[in-house]
Design a binder for this molecule. Structure first.
Ligand SMILES: [Zn+2]
Length: 365
């Protein structure tokens, strides 16, 4: 593929520069705007990428594009212990180009010592080089108590955990709730990928489960935690599940000064909003440039054996996102029924913040 070749040639030119930039955690560009070609040379962090294999080729590939990872472990898929082992191994080998977040199971909810076990696990993860901890949507959407009621994230059983995290300044990535589309019938969903996902996973399509907590219940429980622990270093994964409205997000940024968010798997929702109000989305990203981190939510696993196809997909997604955020070129968005969306052409200083500095600052503690 042509773009790779171009990137590889540049890689050598920019290798030294970008390393120096990374260690000082600041990027200075003379330019006012980046172009599509700048993608390869500008230091970037995909702050939400599930690296679930010991195959290091994808890390090396990403590195050749000056893209580094924050890889959250998650209480789903392969065992947490296995994910942790993989992450520790990669951390040892790739140091400052690979960051990971530990996580914890919640099966022992209701047992004595529940919070203590979670804290122990987090402590161990951090000692092993984890840059923080990931909390997953199973809290609020799957976990039920002895009476059959859903356990929300503001349940008192988790209070000691949040106290510990706040006290120790440990960054938290919280995926709580789902996109609003999850509570809508398929035909009312705004994006094709949400429609496909919930069609294929009806167990998670909350429109079909009116007995489960509502969208608002999820948001309220999360906001309760932010109110209770104002010093908590908290980043809301997937635009903090407020992906459908930059106004709603802006309100939360104003109410919770410590709140950060990542863009992972929700850039389509920004694109959807920018179809009707391009300027508003652009202004929002500029205004809250210190609070937003780039992330894709893509993953590689042991099944990722087709190197050519997978690196092609990674490159395509990263590049599409770059073109939308950094340039004013139009991209065709498959999930918006092939509509063309004009890029936001954010200034280089904003791109550097969103792609690099914010996650560098947030995940170091
Ligand atoms: Zn994820």
């Amino acid at each position: 593929m042509k773009p790779f070749t171009a990137c590889r040639i540049r890689r050598f030119l920019f290798f030294t520069v970008s390393l120096a930039l990374f260690s000082s955690c600041s990027v200075n560009s003379e330019k006012e705007f980046y172009t599509a070609e700048d993608f390869c040379s500008v230091p970037k962090i995909d702050a939400h990428f599930h690296y679930n294999t010991t195959d290091t080729r994808y890390l090396k590939f990403a590195d050749s594009l000056n893209m580094w990872f924050v890889s959250p472990n998650v209480d789903a898929g392969r065992s947490i212990d296995e994910q942790f082992d993989i992450a520790r191994m990669l951390k040892k080998e790739f140091g400052h180009k690979f960051f990971f977040l530990g996580t914890f199971p919640v099966d022992n909810y209701g047992e004595p010592g529940f919070a203590g076990e979670i804290i122990e696990r987090i402590e161990k993860a951090v000692k092993s080089g984890a840059s923080g901890v990931k909390i997953w949507k199973n809290i609020g959407m799957e976990l039920i108590d002895q009476y059959g009621d859903y356990v929300m994230i503001d349940d008192p059983a988790f209070h000691p955990v949040f106290e510990y995290l706040q006290e120790n300044g440990i960054p938290v990535l919280g995926h709580l709730g789902e996109p609003l589309n999850c509570w809508l019938p398929l035909e009312e969903m705004t994006l094709g990928n949400d429609r496909r996902y919930f069609q294929n996973n009806p167990q998670y399509h909350m429109y079909l489960h009116p007995e489960a907590p509502s969208y608002q219940d999820q948001i309220t429980a999360r906001d309760n935690i932010l109110n209770m622990y104002p010093g908590l270093k908290f980043s809301g994964a997937h635009l903090a599940s407020l992906e459908w409205s930059v106004d709603e997000l802006a309100e939360r940024f104003e109410s919770f000064p410590e709140l950060k968010v990542d863009l992972s798997a929700r850039i389509g929702h920004l694109q959807y909003q920018s179809l009707t109000d391009h300027q508003k989305v652009r202004d929002f990203l500029i205004k809250y440039q210190d609070r937003i981190m780039y992330g894709s939510d893509m993953s590689v696993t042991d099944r990722s054996t087709d190197y050519g196809r997978i690196t092609g997909n990674l490159y395509q997604r990263w590049m599409d996102d770059w073109i939308y955020l950094a340039t004013d070129s139009a991209i065709v968005v498959k999930d918006l029924e092939g509509q063309k969306v004009a890029g936001l052409k954010l200034p280089t200083s904003v791109i550097d913040r969103i792609y690099y500095q914010n996650s560098g600052e947030f995940f170091k503690h």
